[in-house]
Design a protein around this ligand. Sequence first.
Ligand code: E4P
Length: 217
Amino acid sequence: MKFFIDTANLSDIKEAQALGVLDGVTTNPSLMAKEGITGRNNILKHYVDICNIVDGDVSAEVIATTYNEMVKEGEELAELHEQIVVKLPMIKDGVKACRYFSNKGIRTNMTLVFSAGQALLAAKAGATYVSPFIGRLDDISTDGLNLIAEIRLIYDNYSFETQILAASVRHTMHVIDCAKLGADVMTGPLSSIEGLLRHPLTDSGLAKFLEDYKKGN
Ligand code: E4P
C-alpha cells in the first residue's frame, strides 16, 4: 500500500518524507488556500517545491470545469515536473479530459468520487488513480469503507489497472481499514500516518528495557 500525504504544508511533507514511508502527495485548492498559497504563479511554484521534497507522485488539481480549459490547464500542470499527476473532478468534462490525458500518457487522478459507478467510469477513461472520499461519506452517515470494498471488487473483476486512492482519510483506523480492504494507496494528514506508530506497550516496554539497562551499567 502506498502512503500519500494530503496537504500543501511543506513542513508536514518534509516530516513524512523524513520518516521514510512517503510515496507521494495529494493537494486540492482548499489545502492550498489553507497554507495561504494564492495566485496562479505562487500555486505553480508551490507544486514544484513539493515535487522537490518527495520522490513520488504529486497530484495537482485543475480549477477549470470545461473540457478545453481542463486540457489546457492540465497540460500546463503536467509540464511543471515529471512527478505531477493531473487531478480532475468527476464530472462529464473531467472524464473526457481523463481520456485525453490517458491517451497522451499523462497520469491522472479522478477526484471527488463518491460512488462505484463514478469509479467504474474513471477506470474506463484510463485514470491512473481514482479518489473515493471516504471521510466525507462517513460525514453524511454513509459507510465510506464500503465504497472502497465495492470499487476493489469491480476493479478486480475486470483487472482494471486504475489504482484505488482512498482519500479523505481522517484518522489512523481509516488507514488500517483501507489496507485490509486492499486500497492501493491512501492519502491522509500526517497525524493519520504517525498514529500508526503508537502503542502503549511499545512505550512501557522501551521504558523498562532502558531502566533495566541502567541498573546493570
Ligand atoms: C483528496 O485528494 C482530497 O484532497 C482530500 O482527501 C479531501 O479530504 P477532506 O474530506 O478531509 O477534505
